[in-house]
Design a protein around this ligand. Structure first.
Ligand SMILES: C[S@@+](CC[C@H](N)C(=O)[O-])C[C@H]1O[C@@H](n2cnc3c(N)ncnc32)[C@H](O)[C@@H]1O
Length: 204
């Protein structure tokens, strides 16, 4: 059912989550991950995000995973000459560590928050299976009053981030952004205040 929802979004091109630029957190906070040049970066639930392009431009070897063949096709059509991005059409939950290969870092923007509460524990469990100790994640979460709108995107508040990742990761909050201007459809659905909170997670 969850997969059907996303396939329908892409078929109807209802992709309000797709931004015309890379997320500001990459410019503001990515360098704090202190990665080696060329480090391999994983982007889960990648869509056709320009974050993939920005990470490749930083010199990373980027692996993205996206359920929708429409998204993957459009990404390749929109970036025909791009090197350094391996965007795979696959189910994140079916990924095996051997097929993903070793990764140094993860960029999660609109991935965890795309999932309903019941799937988030499995998402984190899978992430742990796919990554080694010391892997760092830059995570952008969303916060709004969920009485105003039913997700996705869902609000995932700091206490849930700590409940999900606290046992296995060091968690550092890096900053927040006001985001309502970027999501006019959420505003139209009644959301009055929307924030994004950025975290750095380091697996112990
Ligand atoms: C909210 S969008 C975010 C996309 C991207 N991170 C961005 O910032 O534009 C969530 C994406 O995850 C994809 N998706 C949902 N479930 C997935 C799964 N199990 N495996 C891989 N991709 C999935 C959807 O098709 C959709 O493109």
């Amino acid at each position: 059912m969850e997969a059907a929802f996303w396939h329908e979004r892409w078929a109807k091109h209802e992709i309000g989550f797709h931004m015309p630029r890379a997320h500001a957190a990459l410019k503001d906070h990515w360098s704090t991950l202190a990665l080696a040049p060329g480090a391999r970066v994983f982007v889960p639930l990648a869509g056709k995000s320009l974050d993939l392009v920005a990470l490749a431009a930083l010199g990373h070897e980027v692996v993205g995973v996206e359920l929708s063949a429409v998204a993957v096709r459009e990404f390749h059509e929109e970036h025909p000459q791009l090197r350094g991005v391996d965007l795979r059409c696959a189910d994140f939950f079916a990924l095996q560590p051997e097929s993903l290969g070793p990764i140094a870092a993860i960029f999660d923007r609109a991935s965890l928050v795309a999932l309903p509460p019941a799937m988030r524990r499995d998402y984190v469990k899978k992430m742990i299976e796919l990554s080694a100790p010391r892997t760092v994640t830059l995570l952008v979460s969303m916060e709004y009053d969920q009485r105003e709108m039913r997700g996705p995107p869902h609000a995932v508040l700091p206490e849930e981030i700590h409940a999900l990742y606290g046992a296995t990761h060091e968690i550092v909050e890096l900053g927040t952004y006001g985001a309502l201007d970027d999501f006019p459809r959420m505003a139209a659905r009644g959301v009055t205040t929307l924030g994004e909170r950025v975290y750095r997670l380091r697996r112990r």
